[in-house]
Design a protein around this ligand. Structure first.
Ligand SMILES: Nc1ncnc2c1ncn2[C@@H]1O[C@H](COP(=O)(O)OP(=O)(O)O)[C@@H](O)[C@H]1O
Ligand SMILES: [Mg+2]
Length: 263
């Protein structure tokens, strides 16, 4: 695949997190962390991504699935440039082979300032995403309408619940004319009506040829929406294929895990 056909090229991506401890960490040992003594303290090294590679063509809707701690959020964080890889790289392109405009929706608070109102945050978050004041002013009405927050839009965001933050975050992200949309599990906090509205909008973005990468534990949604599924397991790609190919294997493995370690 040439670069012009690729929206995302991930090459041998490795991410280690280093966590400082004063004492011994049982969780770290259990999670396979490597302990090292540094100046009398210990540093735990977590290998969140262990060298993964894949290419996403323009227009694909890729679902990333996997159990907790498998590296899904780390991968999206690197794609969104929130984290730097330890080694390897992720490059994101628009359809002309230039730098892609991203709409990341990774955490509900990311991009918002709690003391600003929802309306003010459209400008705050929008400018972080690279839009000018004039571009945002032109979209303001649509963003507010999609979020359906009523008078709440004029109140400070620190008092908002997660569902309300999601409404505004999603609405801003999809109205910024992005090339690539990155959505972590945040949609799960939405009420059903709003979730359905988001998925309808995701379908529209699909027909517009946008590239979408999303993380979801809802396999019914993955089945309906994704054109490709990557299953991450402990920082490596376990399977990469269509939902039809990957989901049965994932469901089987989940059953085996439940048998070995019932909760
Ligand atoms: N900011 C961070 N600092 C330290 N460790 C982290 C950080 N983010 C993730 N990790 C660790 O990296 C591993 C992968 O986490 P994550 O990418 O959040 O998995 P997932 O989203 O699949 O649940 C986990 O062991 C997690 O504890
Ligand atoms: Mg996660």
């Amino acid at each position: 695949m040439s670069e012009l056909e690729s929206a995302i090229i991930v090459e041998n991506l490795i991410k280690h997190f280093f966590i400082r401890h004063h004492g011994y960490s049982i969780k770290g040992a259990l999670m396979g962390g490597v302990k090292r003594a540094v100046k009398g303290k210990s540093v735990e090294e977590l290998h969140a991504l262990k060298g993964i590679s894949f290419t996403v063509p323009h227009g694909q809707t890729l679902a990333v699935i996997g159990w907790n701690g498998s590296g899904k959020s780390t991968l999206l964080g690197i794609l969104a440039r929130v984290y730097k890889p330890t080694s390897g790289r992720a490059t994101l392109f628009n359809r002309s082979g230039g730098k892609a405009r991203l709409a990341p929706l990774l955490a509900l608070e990311a991009g918002f300032h709690p003391e600003l109102s929802g309306l003010e945050n459209i400008y705050f978050y929008g400018s972080l995403l690279g839009l000018s004041r004039a571009e945002l002013a032109a979209r303001e009405e649509e963003i507010v309408a999609f979020a359906e927050l009523g008078a709440k839009i004029d109140t400070q965001m620190h008092s908002w619940n997660d569902g309300a933050k999601l409404r505004l975050g999603f609405s801003i992200a999809i109205h910024t004319d992005p090339d690539i949309i990155l959505v972590d599990e945040v949609l799960a906090v939405g009420d059903e009506a709003f979730q359905n509205k988001c998925f309808r909008r995701i379908r529209e973005l699909q027909t517009l040829g946008k590239t979408i990468v999303f993380v979801s534990h809802d396999l019914a949604v993955v089945e309906k929406v994704a054109t490709r599924v990557i299953w991450l397991n402990q920082g490596v790609i376990e399977q990469d294929g269509t939902a039809h190919e990957v989901l049965p294997l994932y469901r089987n493995a989940a059953q085996v895990v439940a048998l070995i370690a019932p909760d």
